[in-house]
Design a protein around this ligand. Structure first.
Ligand code: C2E
Ligand code: CA
Ligand code: CA
Ligand code: CA
Length: 278
């Protein structure tokens, strides 16, 4: 029939076919890249109210031989869909923990926390807790200085499993941040249930915090929520002194953003002199 013909035509839509081919190529490329050691970490400082670096967030990049430096938004979601995120996430955790262990031997960097992004699919894996603890032991990283960043999408899954896994890691000293807070689905009752230490105000609320009263209200609300639940709060995506000063006035004491430093290769982190970045 005509409609079946149309469906067939749609199936062979050249743009869709090209997209599928592109994704397949990217996936096998990423698999190879992981094996060939093409992934690397950049680190972005987290600073306190005095602009002192108190920690860093590890952010993955892919140094592709032809494409150049590929940002995570171009490959994380494909890695999640194909399951490659398990190997990729394992690599990130290992590299971040090795760096953490190295820093802990230098007095200037001994107290720095290292935050690692964990995708929901990675966290859901039955052996996630063992993977983290094995990595910590193997690298001799201090679990107290390791911070795992989870997103609210995790709360859509099995809550009991989430609470159990977080609790086990928390007992070993590992801390948890809820990333991109305010953009997802978290119900406030979950917040009480989870052994969290930190909320991260998503950069979409920080961007217009000086001009959009709604964003300012959301930022204030998250800060108040953090305070009443005993959680620290980091403002992400802080690009201007005006944003920082406003958030500071609202009670925010932890900041991350281009105002202080972009994510940089480890050699470029000026941990002793964060003011040099401003
Ligand atoms: P995220 O975890 O929310 O990380 C913050 C992102 O905001 C980073 O982008 C960072 O470069 C960017 N950023 C920081 N400060 C500013 C600022 O002042 N202004 C603006 N406009 N942007 C700023 P990046 O590195 O491209 O990472 C994007 C996302 O990719 C991350 O968002 C995270 O969700 C994901 N990601 C990165 N590394 C990993 C990883 O190792 N594992 C997993 N599962 N996801 C990762
Ligand atoms: Ca993050
Ligand atoms: Ca974030
Ligand atoms: Ca984000």
């Amino acid at each position: 029939s005509k409609s079946a013909g149309r469906n067939t035509m749609r199936f062979f839509d050249p743009t869709m076919q090209a997209l599928v081919a592109q994704r397949t190529a990217l996936e096998s490329d990423l698999r190879l890249g992981l094996q060939r050691g093409e992934l690397l970490l950049h680190y972005q400082p987290v600073v306190d109210a005095h602009s002192r670096v108190v920690g860093v967030e590890a952010l993955v990049r892919w140094q592709h031989p032809q494409r150049g430096l590929v940002p995570p938004n171009a490959f994380i979601s494909i890695a999640e869909q194909t399951g490659l995120i398990l190997a990729l996430g394992g690599w990130v955790l290992d590299a971040a923990c090795r760096q953490l262990a190295f820093w802990s031997h230098r007095s200037a960097t001994a107290a720095l926390t290292v935050a690692v992004n964990v995708s929901a699919r990675q966290f859901r894996h039955p052996e996630f807790v063992e993977q983290v603890m094995d990595t910590v032991r193997r690298t001799q990283a201090s679990p107290q200085l390791l911070r795992l960043e989870l997103t609210e999408s995790l709360l859509l899954g099995d809550t009991q499993d989430t609470v159990r896994k977080m609790g086990e890691l928390r007992e070993h000293g590992v801390q948890f941040s809820l990333d991109d807070f305010g953009t997802g689905y978290s119900s406030l009752s979950y917040l009480k249930l989870l052994p969290l230490e930190q909320l991260k105000i998503d950069q979409s609320f920080v961007r217009d915090v000086l001009t959009d009263p709604n964003d300012a209200a959301i930022a204030r609300t998250i800060l108040a929520l953090g305070q009443s639940l005993g959680l620290s709060v980091v403002a992400e995506g802080v690009e201007t002194a005006g944003q920082r000063d406003f958030l500071l006035q609202c009670g925010c004491t932890l900041f991350q953003g281009y105002l202080f430093s972009k994510p940089v290769p480890v050699e470029q982190l000026l941990l002793d002199d964060p003011a040099a970045h401003i």
